[in-house]
Write a protein that binds this ligand. Structure first.
Ligand code: IVH
Length: 653
């Protein structure tokens, strides 16, 4: 098991920290399944920091407040060159013109997190909070793949850094939320915060967060050394950093990344400048608010003004009609923008928008920019009204009560078909190489694609007969179609286009049911037992599989040989299933989180307070009111020795 863990950790570091995977996802999954299976048989042998503990435990009732080891202060801002110059002059003045260097780093646009390690294991992760006290989000932070659970250093230390949501994950999340009729997150920072500060760690686990370290306590001799040290210890630190001699070099770095930020996989909102030497940092000290040895140079928001020419309607794959702003093309920090999403008619109402108006647009993480506000009304304003008929097929449009979206209900609407095909074939779904928008358009026009299932009836001859298509490309596409049959069940479910079922819900359904048939046959009640599946989603699933066209499509996909099954995700069949534990006091040989993880890995539940439903109270040193309550209620009280015994034997204490 230890050998497997070492191997898995190595691959996680290669994949999540260095962005240089050495094996395929499937091989990685296989290593993990093997380890999980072994740990399931021997839960008493699961150490703190096992890679399987990233999944996160049961939902909590609230966050514990924890005091920071040192205050987590903010940085002063410089909004232009003059303010940066003033900072440099102050530094030089205070250092008596002694030689010094700066380190310029990217300013990640996320939320800061302090992570403590002890005995080589991740012990605690705390949000910034008010700077003195933050919230304990350890369980959630554990699910961030680039944050090491184990490190080589045995002595205690703390890393401070930023939790960010990569731009692609942010876009996917928002698309998913839109699918589910949930409000979109405004920017990656809000979505990172919303993903980390949730009571259910399973939600954090499903959001692809990343952690970049930038401060180490105790600090090495220099900031440059701190970053190198963190990197050597297995943390992700930004590769884009520079040791600068003076103002000119700093300005060059700042300028380089003002345009360079477009290419980064995450959002930045500026550059942080720090005095490199730790001794000089101490000499400069702190004000009540911020260090004197660092400053944040903030980039101006990426906004521009332009005219709204018209509002067009796009019909999506589930029939949702989305208004899109058609803009007078304008440059926003190096990118020409001609379109902006408007989401729905309520959004247009909220903005008070009409064609002809001058609007302020902003880019913030989304590929497609958004309209922030109306700057000036136009002379000839054309008010927007949602059409009552689909602009593509002419069938009626319906806005259901309590929903913001208007939908075309015609399942055979050509726009819906094309969008469904495009989504089905796209990279994050069935990933059919070469099957892009233009090709789908051609195939649909020729009547060769009337359903997703038709993809698997295509042959090389039909493809080779199309515009700009040689035999070679045709062969490549046929290979892509063939390969897509082996995509996972979760991806297939996502690709089917069931309303409200996006990537995440699809994965949860696949894991809970283990096969497409089980999902298709499940009752609404049964479907709702799946995490995050409520009435609305369950109804949509029932309706989808109740539809004859859909059932036929599913049968054709089965006949084509697509993946209809997967391994079920183990939920409650460990040795402790059906038992509820409460942990209290200080345990001698493990932290409470570890005890909790041990119980949950063995299928048990943990709760925050003792009640009649509690089966065991695990009590450590200095147990207080919970112990009293357990005694009053006659709940069995055990120590950690006994807990280990129960875990290895099953429920008999
Ligand atoms: S150093 C003593 N380095 O920006 C302050 N902060 O506006 C230590 N941030 O609260 C912070 N990237 O959340 C530092 N490379 C970086 C950063 C960074 C982003 C955030 C951090 C901080 C805020 C200040």
């Amino acid at each position: 098991m230890e050998k497997l863990r070492t191997e898995i950790r190595r691959h996680e570091h290669l994949y999540y920290v260095l962005d240089a995977p050495a094996i395929t996802d499937a091989d990685y999954d296989a290593l993990m399944s093997r380890l999980r299976a072994l740990e399931e048989r021997h839960p008493e042998l699961i150490p703190a920091g096992s890679p399987t503990l990233r999944v996160g435990g049961a939902p909590r009732e609230g966050f514990q407040q924890v005091k920071h080891s040192e205050p987590m202060l903010s940085l002063d801002n410089a909004l232009n060159e003059g303010e940066l110059r003033a900072f440099d002059e102050r530094v030089r003045g205070l250092l008596g013109d002694a030689p010094h260097a700066y380190v310029a780093e990217l300013k990640f646009d996320g939320l800061s997190l302090a992570v403590r390690y002890e005995g080589g294991v991740l012990r605690q992760a705390i949000t910034r909070g008010d700077g003195d006290t933050g919230e304990d989000v350890t369980e959630n932070a554990r699910t961030i793949r680039s944050l090491p659970l184990r490190v080589a250093a045995n002595e205690p230390f703390e890393v401070r850094g930023e939790v960010v949501m990569p731009s692609r994950a942010f876009q996917a999340l928002n698309e998913d939320r839109e699918q589910q009729g949930l409000p979109r997150y405004a920017n990656p920072r809000n979505s990172a915060a919303g993903s980390l500060r949730v009571l259910d760690p399973a939600i954090t686990a499903g959001r692809r967060l990343d952690f970049y370290g930038y401060i180490r306590l105790p600090a090495p001799d220099s900031q440059w050394g701190a970053l190198e040290c963190l990197s050597a210890e297995g943390f992700k630190v930004s590769a884009h950093r520079k040791r600068c001699k003076g103002l000119d070099e700093l300005l060059a770095f700042i300028q380089e990344w003002e345009t360079g930020r477009e290419r980064l996989p995450f959002e930045i909102d500026g550059v942080v400048v720090k005095v490199d030497s730790q001794a000089q940092q101490r000499q400069l000290g702190w004000t009540a608010r911020a260090p004197r040895w660092a400053i944040a140079f903030k980039y101006p928001p990426r906004q521009a003004e332009t005219t709204l020419r018209s509002i067009e309607i796009q019909v999506g794959r589930t029939g949702v009609l989305t208004p899109v702003a058609n803009l007078e093309p304008v440059g926003v920090s190096g990118v020409v923008v001609a379109r902006a999403t408007l989401h729905n008619e309520d959004e247009i109402e909220r903005l008070g928008l009409a064609a002809g108006d001058t609007v302020v647009i902003e880019r913030s993480g989304d590929v497609i920019p958004k309209i922030v506000k109306v700057a000036r009304h136009g002379d000839a304003r054309v008010k927007f009204a949602m059409p009552s008929q689909c602009p593509v097929c002419g069938e009626p449009v319906v806005r259901a009560e309590g929903e913001v979206a208007s939908r075309c209900l015609n399942p055979n609407c050509p726009a819906r078909l094309r969008e469904s095909l495009r989504y089905f074939a796209s990279r994050g779904v069935m990933d059919i190489d070469g099957m892009g928008e233009a090709l789908i358009e051609q195939l649909a026009d020729k009547g060769l694609l009337k359903s997703i299932a038709d993809l698997y009836q295509l042959n090389a001859g039909q493809l080779a007969g199309l515009d700009r298509m040689g035999e070679k490309s045709a062969a490549r596409i046929m290979k892509g179609i063939e390969a897509s049959k082996r995509q996972s069940l979760a991806r297939l479910i996502n690709g089917l286009g069931i309303p409200f079922v996006g990537e995440r819900t699809a994965a949860l359904l696949g894991g809970a049911f283990g096969s497409l048939d089980a999902i298709a046959q499940a009752s609404e009640e049964k479907l709702q037992e799946t995490p995050e599946v409520g009435v609305k989603v369950a109804q949509a699933i029932r309706r989808f599989f109740g539809n004859e066209h859909n059932r036929e499509m599913v049968e054709r996909l089965r006949a084509a040989g697509l993946t209809f099954t997967q391994e079920k995700v183990r939920t409650e069949n460990g040795p402790l299933s059906g038992l509820t534990f409460v942990i209290t006091g200080t345990l001698a040989s493990m932290s409470r989180d570890e005890a909790k993880a041990m119980i949950e890995n063995a299928g048990g539940k943990t709760a925050g307070s003792v009640s009649k439903k509690t089966d065991f109270l695990v009590a450590g040193e200095a147990a207080g009111s919970k112990l009293e309550k357990a005694n009053t209620l006659g709940v069995k009280v055990i120590d950690e020795e006994e807990l280990r015994r129960i875990v290895s034997k099953g429920g008999q204490a």
